[in-house]
Ligand binder design. Structure first.
Ligand SMILES: Nc1nc2c(c(=O)[nH]1)N[C@H]1C(S)=C(S)[C@@H](COP(=O)(O)O)O[C@H]1N2
Ligand SMILES: [Mo]
Length: 250
């Protein structure tokens, strides 16, 4: 018999068992009380306050370790799916005139630029094949092309504007809108996109211009951009108002 073994009584084991069981009951009661307390908390933009605080805290951590040198994984064009899922049609109504569309960029100074598709297509084109991830739980390897937002900024003299904390993007009818931190906007894989699978964007996927931002979940990839503006405070955000994470980073 190894010397470390010791003989214990039945009552010792019974007391230990009872003690462990009481701890277990207290733990369960604590969980239930915690859950009830959580449900009674006020909400902040559709999310319970303590949960919203958790999301905001995550944003602090992840925006600090965010780096333009960390690229999202890309794939060969051959791996892109031919039939791309269509998801979300807020702000995609029929009351939209493609013929008169121009991208509006509201500068920090208050001046507005009106930019045509031809001006955008004249800039260097970047292709991108990546795994598009929706917060609903699906993902798809898809092929997009357009101009890097950072190239766009340089070309149109928006360097001072992107020194502000956020960019806001809206559909022409202002029904769908997102706000994105400028570190993510200036990431080298963020593009103002006008092509999918080598052809102009289909209407329901954001023709003539949409955002593709692989460092974010799908909710931030606004289709049919009407207006872009800049702000030091968080621009309004459609899904944020409905309880989702503002940062929505990947
Ligand atoms: N204008 C607009 N853009 C949008 C949405 C929307 O409802 N309206 N949905 C978002 C969501 S939740 C996802 S997952 C992607 C889907 O892009 P897709 O339809 O090209 O797959 O678009 C995003 N952009
Ligand atoms: Mo999504």
């Amino acid at each position: 018999m190894p010397s470390s073994e010791k003989i214990v009584s039945q009552s010792y084991i019974r007391n230990k068992t009872i003690f462990a069981f009481i701890i277990f009951i207290l733990f369960i009661a604590g969980c239930i009380a915690g859950w009830k307390w959580l449900q009674k908390q006020p909400t902040d933009q559709g999310a319970l306050k303590p949960l919203r605080a958790g999301l905001n805290y995550n944003e602090k951590i992840f925006s600090n370790i965010f780096s333009n040198n960390h690229l999202v994984k890309t794939y060969p064009v051959s791996q892109a799916v031919p039939k791309v899922r269509v998801n979300g049609d807020v702000g995609m109504g029929n009351n939209f005139d493609t013929a008169t569309w121009k991208l509006q960029v509201i500068k920090k100074t208050g001046d507005t630029l009106f930019i045509s598709m031809a001006q955008i297509k004249a800039l260097p084109k970047t292709d991108l094949v990546f795994d598009f991830k929706c917060i609903e739980g699906w993902s798809q390897v898809t092929h997009w092309a357009g101009v890097k937002f950072s190239d766009f900024v340089k070309h149109f003299g928006l360097d001072e504007d992107v020194k502000m904390n956020y960019t806001g993007l809206e559909t022409p009818d202002d029904e769908y809108y997102v706000g994105i931190d400028n570190k993510s906007m200036m990431h080298p894989q963020t593009i103002l996109c006008y092509e999918m699978n080598g052809a102009p964007l289909p209407m329901n996927q954001g023709y003539p211009l949409r955002l593709i931002i692989p460092v974010k979940y799908g909710i931030k990839h606004l289709k049919r951009i009407g207006t872009i503006y800049f702000s030091n405070t968080r621009p309004k955000d459609y899904w944020y108002e409905r309880g989702y994470d503002y940062y929505s980073g990947l």
